[in-house]
Write a protein that binds this ligand. Structure first.
Ligand SMILES: *Cc1c(COP(=O)(O)O)cnc(C)c1O
Length: 421
């Protein structure tokens, strides 16, 4: 009886090559392909047997609710920080202005301030389960902050390779959580190649935008559907760096669809910065392959990726759902960021504001008329406050006297403000 049970559990998921669909069996802790990415295929029959769907539908959304959908052997050992569902919040201003039903999925409200935490919970749990002595990863910042945090919770050392120019607040998070940072003189993809080599040679667990991470990040899709009471939106707008998160949304929606929890899969809209638009370039040419860029140039550091490892998955998701990919300029990103903070009271990092910039840019064509749209706000504005501070310049300063304050009157206050003084 007991043995039978175990046999079922061993086959509850498969690791395969995303393109050839052949099963892969790595001997080390490196769960990524060489040329094409790998993926995890959950045995959805097995998942279904684990769930009481009526009960599942009523349960409050949160990360641990979705454990039966994750490739975790021993769920009692899952590395959890008691994550709550992130808010799905109706737009107060922009939706009305554009004339459609718009909500924001505020992924900044994860434990370390970005959606990466969903994936890190799974990756670090798997690393721990497999007995890895340490994890290593390359990151543009948020992945590093997140993995360092979860590695601390799992009591595993965490080594982080960052390219030059990573925002200081993100590095501060890594240091605070006891992660070890090494700066690599080059771009993100240089750091990623190096991390992979070191992981293989030293027997460390390679964390990052690889197969296991998707299984955590797909929970954002589950959560969104739960919050919408199992009514799928028409469009979901997602920023693309490596493409892993957009691919994860697709997988989450697909698994819910397969289980009959939703009746349709939303159209996925992928957004890149014009200075880092490898996926958009392929989309425009109707290709299913990615050509790496020689260099990247954008304020949105979290999506400054020259060679998106999951770009192929992202393209497939966009084509399959009938969505599209669009690039926005740094100026459009900064305007959207300012709009979000001043009009919607949401301070997000520039990479996240890219989705709103894309919405503003594409709404004119009427694609969203009478549709329900969810815009993913992937990370917290405090993580990259420099983008804002650089715009502001020097602070005004004065002696602590009321007359000094009045000196700023003309400079500072509109007629409207003055009425209250
Ligand atoms: C990582 C990240 C992205 C890009 O996600 P990918 O999975 O690399 O496509 C976007 N925004 C923020 C805030 C991020 O941290």
């Amino acid at each position: 009886m007991c043995e039978e049970q175990q046999n079922v559990d061993v086959n509850f998921y498969r690791l395969l090559d995303y393109v050839s669909k052949e099963t892969v069996q790595p001997q080390d802790f490196v769960f990524t392909g060489e040329e094409t990415p790998w993926e995890i295929q959950m045995n959805l029959e097995w998942v279904k047997r684990k769930l009481n769907l009526n009960y599942f539908k009523m349960a409050a959304p949160c990360l641990s609710k979705y454990l039966p959908f994750m490739p975790i052997q021993n769920i009692s050992k899952f590395i959890s920080l008691t994550e709550l569902a992130t808010p799905l919040s109706k737009s107060n201003v922009l939706g009305k202005q554009l004339g459609f039903d718009l909500s924001f999925k505020i992924e900044a409200k994860n434990p370390t301030g970005s959606f990466k935490d969903r994936g890190s919970a799974v990756e670090i749990s798997v690393a721990k389960e497999l007995g890895a002595k340490a994890v290593i990863l390359a990151s543009t910042g948020n992945m590093a902050a997140s993995c360092a945090c979860y590695a601390a919770a799992a009591k595993i050392p965490c080594f982080v390779l960052v390219p030059e120019g990573v925002p200081l607040a993100k590095l501060a998070q890594v240091i605070a959580f006891g992660g070890h940072i090494i700066e690599v003189k080059g771009h993100y993809n240089d750091a990623a190649e190096l991390a992979k080599k070191i992981a293989k040679n030293k027997g460390l667990y390679l964390a990052g935008d690889y197969a296991y991470r998707v299984e955590g990040q797909k929970t954002a899709a589950f959560e969104m559907i739960d919050q919408l009471l199992f009514q799928a939106p028409d469009f979901v707008v997602v920023p693309i760096g490596c493409g892993t998160n957009l691919a994860a949304y697709w997988k989450g929606f697909y698994e819910y669809y397969q289980l009959g929890l939703i009746e349709k899969i939303p159209k996925l809209v992928g957004v890149q910065a014009q200075g880092a638009s490898a996926v958009v370039n392929s989309y425009k040419k109707e290709l299913r392959t990615i050509t790496a860029l020689e260099r990247v140039d954008t304020v949105a550091s979290a999506i400054a990726v020259a060679n998106p490892i999951d770009g192929v998955k992202a393209l497939d998701a966009i084509y399959t759902t009938g969505g599209f990919a669009v690039a926005v300029s740094d100026q459009e990103i900064l305007q959207a960021q300012y709009f979000l903070s001043t009009k919607e009271s949401l301070f997000v990092e520039s990479a996240s504001a890219a989705t709103v910039a894309a919405l503003l840019k594409t709404a004119k064509k009427g694609v969203y008329a009478n549709k329900k749209v969810v815009c993913v706000l992937s990370g917290d504005g405090l993580k990259d406050s420099n983008v804002v501070l650089q715009e502001t310049g020097k602070l005004l300063s004065m002696q602590p006297g009321e007359t000094d304050f009045m000196m700023f009157d003309d400079h500072f206050f509109s007629a409207n403000h003055r009425r209250f003084l």
